[in-house]
Design a protein around this ligand. Structure first.
Ligand SMILES: *Cc1c(COP(=O)(O)O)cnc(C)c1O
Length: 225
C-alpha cells in the first residue's frame, strides 16, 4: 500500500472507533511519526494532505523540517521523545507541541527560555507519564504526576494542554490508557496522546485525542544513525 492509502485507512479506522465513543468527545488527531523515515516518504505524506508529524529527536527534526516548512507552512510538529535540558531552546523554536515534559528541571528551563525568546513556536505542552513505572522509560511517575502537573501549570504558568504515555510493551495497554484518561480529567486537561500503530484503536476507545502512528503510516524505519 502507498503512504496515501495507509493514511486513508488509518483515518477511516479512527473515524469508525471514534463513532463508538460518547458524542461530544472531540476530534482525534493523527500524528504521523516520521522519525528515521526518508524524505521521499515524508513528502508523500505531505502531498496526501497530512500536516501533523511527530519526531523524537531535536537534531533529526532540525535537519529535516525547516526546509519542508518553507513549502508547507501549515505543518504542526510534535516532539515525542525525551528532551535534554540544554536543547530546550532549540526545541521551543522547532516544535508546535512538546509532549515529553517529564521533570522539574526541564519544565523550569522551558518556562525560562520561552519567556526570554522572541521566536517561540511551542505554545502547548504535554506532560509525559511513565504509566508502567518502567526504569528504561522517561516520564513522571504516576504518584508524582498530580503535583508535577500542578507545579507546571500554577508555578511555571506553562501552557500544559495534555498528557502523554507509552505503556509497557508486554501485556494489555488499556489499564494504562484508562489511568491516563482519569488523570487528565482530574486536572481538566483536554488532550491525551496515547496509542501507536499497534494499539491506536484501543487508545481512542479510552479517550485519546492524539494518536502517534509511525510504521502504520510509513512502513519500517531505517536503523538509527
Ligand atoms: C516511534 C514512536 C511512536 C510510533 O511507533 P509505531 O509503532 O511505529 O507506530 C509513537 N510514540 C513514540 C513516543 C515513539 O517514539
Amino acid at each position: 500500500m502507498s503512504i496515501a492509502e495507509n493514511l486513508a485507512a488509518i483515518q477511516h479506522r479512527i473515524k469508525e472507533v471514534k463513532a463508538t465513543r460518547r458524542p461530544g468527545e472531540g476530534p482525534v488527531e493523527l500524528i504521523a511519526v516520521s522519525k528515521q523515515q526518508p524524505l521521499e516518504k515524508i513528502e508523500a505524506a505531505l502531498v496526501a494532505g497530512q500536516r501533523v508529524f511527530g519526531e523524537n529527536r531535536v537534531q533529526e527534526a532540525k535537519a529535516k523540517w525547516p526546509a519542508l516548512r518553507e513549502r508547507y507552512p501549515d505543518i504542526e510538529l510534535h516532539l515525542i521523545g525525551p528532551l535534554q535540558t540544554n536543547k530546550a531552546k532549540e526545541a521551543v523554536k522547532l516544535f508546535e507541541v512538546i509532549q515529553s515534559v517529564d521533570r522539574e528541571k526541564l519544565a523550569k528551563e522551558l518556562a525560562k527560555v520561552s519567556e526570554k525568546m522572541s521566536e517561540v513556536r511551542c505554545q502547548r505542552y504535554f506532560i509525559q507519564v511513565n504509566v508502567g513505572e518502567e526504569e528504561q522509560k522517561a516520564g513522571v511517575l504516576p504518584k508524582e504526576a498530580d503535583d508535577f502537573i500542578a507545579f507546571c501549570k500554577q508555578e511555571l504558568k506553562l501552557p500544559v494542554a495534555g498528557l502523554m504515555c507509552i505503556p509497557p510493551a508486554d501485556g494489555p495497554a488499556f489499564p494504562y490508557f484508562a489511568l491516563l484518561h482519569e488523570m487528565a480529567k482530574r486536572h481538566g486537561l483536554p488532550h491525551l496522546s496515547m496509542g501507536m500503530s499497534g494499539d491506536f484503536e484501543e487508545a481512542i476507545a479510552f479517550g485519546a485525542t492524539h494518536v502517534r502512528v509511525g510504521t502504520g503510516v510509513f512502513g519500517t524505519r531505517e536503523p538509527e544513525a
